[in-house]
Design a protein around this ligand. Sequence first.
Ligand code: SF4
Length: 341
Amino acid sequence: MLDKTFRKIMFETDVLEYPQAQKILEQFSKVPQQEINRVDDFFGRAYKPYLQKRDSLQLFLGKKRGKLLKQTPDAYGIGTGPHYYFVHAYNCIFECEYCYLQGYFSSPDIVLFLNHDEICKSIVERTKADLASGHKQVWFHAGEFSDSLALASWTGELRAYWDCFKKLPNAALELRSKSANIRPVLEQEPLENVVISFSMSPKKVVGEIEHGTSPVSARIKAAAQLQAKGYPVAFHFDPVIHRPNWKTQYQELFASMGKFIQMDKVRYASLGTVRFSSDDLRQVQKNYPRSKLLGAVFEKDHEGKHQYPVAMRKEILSQLRAQAERAGIPPEVIYDCMQGF
Ligand code: SF4
C-alpha cells in the first residue's frame, strides 16, 4: 500500500551507513529515489496541504540533528520523575482529525530518522545525569511526532531501544500507539521498563475521527496479547471527545477491555480532554469543516489552548476516572494528562 502512497524517497548520504536505510530503499525500489545532503533542505520548504497525505507523500530518510531529547510538558506522564521525548520520525500515516501535527509542520511528508544509535547514547547520558542528581527513575517517550508502532515493522528500530533499556533498569521507555501492529514488539523479549501504551477511544469515535487507525477491538486484543506474554501495557484515554452518549460509549469501551485485559495489571492510564492551539484549531476547521469535533464550545485557557469549559472538563474527567476505577484499573496509576486547571 505504501509503495503506492510514496511518490519519491529522498535519503541523506549520511544514512547509507545504516543497514536499515538499505533495507527501506530496497523495499521501495520501485519508488523514485534521490540522494540528498540534508532532509532540512527539502522537507517542509514548500507548503504542502495536509490532506495530500492520503495519496501523495514523500518519504525522507535522515539523521536527527541538534537536541535529540526534549523535556515533555508538565503532567505528561505518570509520577514526579523527569520525562523526555525523543523524535525518531515526523508525521504519521494515520489521520486523526484532532492531530496536532496538521498545524505543526508545513508538510505531511514522512521523515524517518535512522540514527537510533545516537539517540540511545543521549538516553544513556541523560539517565546517568538525572540519577546522579537524585532522581529515582527517568522516563523516555517515543511517538510524540508520529505513531510508535504503525511503521515499526519496516523501520526496524525497536531492537536498538530494547538493547539500550535492558541496560538501564532505572529508566523506562514508553511506545505510544493507535496501531495493533505488535509483531515487531513480539520479536523482542518483554522488559519491565519498556511499556507499550495504546490510545483508546470508543468505537464510534475511532470510526468517525481516527481515520486509518486500528479498530479499538484490535487494539484491545493486541494489548491483551502483549500482557499475556508479560509485556507491560498502559492506556491513554486522551483525547476524550464530548459526544452525545459519551458516558455510555466509555462504559462499553471499559467493558470490552475488561473481557480481555487484566485491568489490575495496567501500568498506568492517562485521562485528558481534547485541546488545541489556535493554529491546530484553524487547521481542523479547514481540513475537517464538518468534523464531529467542532460541535462543542471551546474556551481559551490561561495558556491560550482551546479547551472545553473547565466545569465540563472536570465533569468528564471525574466520570471517566470513576469508570476506569470501576473497571479495575488501580486508582493510584490513573492520572490527568496536561489538563492545566
Ligand atoms: S495516530 Fe497520533 S500522530 Fe498519527 S494521526 Fe493520530 S494523533 Fe496524529
